[in-house]
Design a protein around this ligand. Structure first.
Ligand code: NAD
Ligand code: UDP
Length: 365
């Protein structure tokens, strides 16, 4: 058993990573400020004695964390809608977050894995993207806070490795999807599935000819753990993603078919600086980590659709229940913030009452 710190562990990817590390027998400390993560994602882990959740921000020094051997730094909103809502905060999270994580690593000797991104390649002129491609990134556009923030975090990792001997790994993560994405997250897979299940139009930005390569979350988590445990020469950046490339229009049509929805497709303006093509070259990960994705798009989307279907049903049921308890005008779609408020109220109750309520809430929300 080793001690592992996961920043951003309440989020979509982070919650699956915490789960995997606990299954592997480790002790896990999760630091998260709940900016985009929902406590629902870790509700089932809260009573595990090897799991500890510390609500905190990585912009602040990470103090009082002892006896850890690994740090996965995932704290940062990943959806363009969220990271662009407060770009200065996004840059602070990436830069100060990386410094605080690397300072802790320098003090404790823990190995760090930095969750970087395919966005470091920007709107790439090289296709597919290999790790030695240096990218084509706007430093002034709306995505720059995230792209340049992640690039700066990578640089900090290499500088702390050279200057202070910190043992680092850098994962360049390509578009990942799966259960536990927030329904209102704004990323394409969750948007399309929720729209299709609600019978609303699927919002395709631009003509839908831009491409992405979608990786299922369990494949990514396996790649992250393999990279973390790889030999030290893997300090160089490593792509993790599914190389099966498809257009956004094709994704929309596939989701309409798989959900059996009557939804149509509606065109919206293409956001500024939206990358045209994106596909990882995963030769390095396959050769050095023995890693390749195993979940294909049909299975992955099927599992994600089933998750959102259940979530939407639960939300409708909760809306109806709450409508009987609170003023009707306050009840619409129950969002993650409402869930958090409900969970916080329950956590303030005595433990005996809390246990039954949390179970009831988890099955309902
Ligand atoms: P997410 O938004 O679901 O999770 C991010 C988590 O970080 C959330 O729980 C959020 O509350 C937390 N967080 C944000 N700012 C924080 C701060 N300052 N202090 C503490 N916690 C903070 O996103 P995700 O999809 O789970 O992504 C996880 C990581 O992987 C991110 O670093 C992201 O940049 C990277 N990544 C993800 C993808 C993808 O497709 N999912 C692709 C490339 C890179
Ligand atoms: N997109 C879309 N409709 C949506 C959300 C996104 O057409 O409702 C497009 C977006 O313009 C981009 C792609 O889907 O070309 C992937 O977007 P996402 O925000 O998921 O991730 P990105 O790879 O752009 O960071």
């Amino acid at each position: 058993m080793i001690g592992v710190l996961v920043t951003g562990g309440v989020g979509f990817v982070g919650s699956f990573l915490c789960e995997r590390l606990l299954e592997d027998g480790h002790r896990v400390i999760c630091v998260d400020n709940l900016q985009t993560g929902s406590l629902r994602n870790i509700g089932h882990l809260l009573y595990n004695p090897r799991f500890e959740f510390r609500p905190s921000d990585v912009e602040l020094p990470l103090s009082g964390i002892d006896n850890i051997q690994r740090i996965y730094n995932l704290a940062c909103p990943a959806s363009p809608a969220h990271y662009q809502a407060d770009p200065v905060r996004t840059m602070r999270t990436n830069v100060l977050g990386a410094i605080n994580v690397l300072e802790l690593a320098a003090r404790s000797g823990a190995r760090v894995l930095q969750a970087s991104t395919s966005e470091v390649y920007g709107d790439p002129e090289v296709h597919p993207q290999r790790e030695d491609y240096r990218g084509c990134v706007s430093l002034s556009g709306p995505r720059a806070c995230y792209d340049e923030g992640k690039r700066a975090a990578e640089t900090l990792c290499h500088d702390y490795a050279r200057q202070y001997g910190v043992d680092i790994r850098v994962a360049r993560i390509f578009n990942t999807y799966g259960p536990r994405m927030a329904a209102d997250d704004g990323r394409v897979v969750s948007n399309f599935i929720v729209q299709a299940l609600r019978g609303e139009a699927l919002t395709v930005y631009g003509d839908g000819s831009q491409t992405r390569s979608f990786c299922f979350v369990s494949d990514l988590v396996d790649g992250l753990v393999r990279l973390m445990e790889a030999p030290c020469y893997m300090a160089r950046p490593c792509n993790l993603g599914n190389p099966q490339e498809r257009t956004i229009l094709e994704l929309a049509e596939r989701i309409i078919t798989m959900t059996g929805s009557a939804s149509r497709i509606e065109r919206r303006p293409l956001p500024q600086d939206d990358p045209t093509r994106r596909r990882p070259d995963i030769t390095l990960a396959t050769r050095e980590l023995g890693w390749a994705p195993v979940v294909d798009i049909v299975e992955g989307l099927g599992r994600t659709i089933a998750y959102f279907d259940e979530r939407l049903r639960e939300r409708r049921a909760l809306s109806e229940t709450l409508a009987n308890l609170v003023r009707p005008e306050k009840v619409g779609i129950i969002g993650d913030a409402d869930e958090f408020a409900a969970l916080t109220a329950i956590r303030a109750q005595p433990p005996a009452a809390r246990a039954t309520n949390v179970v009831r809430l988890e099955t309902r929300v």
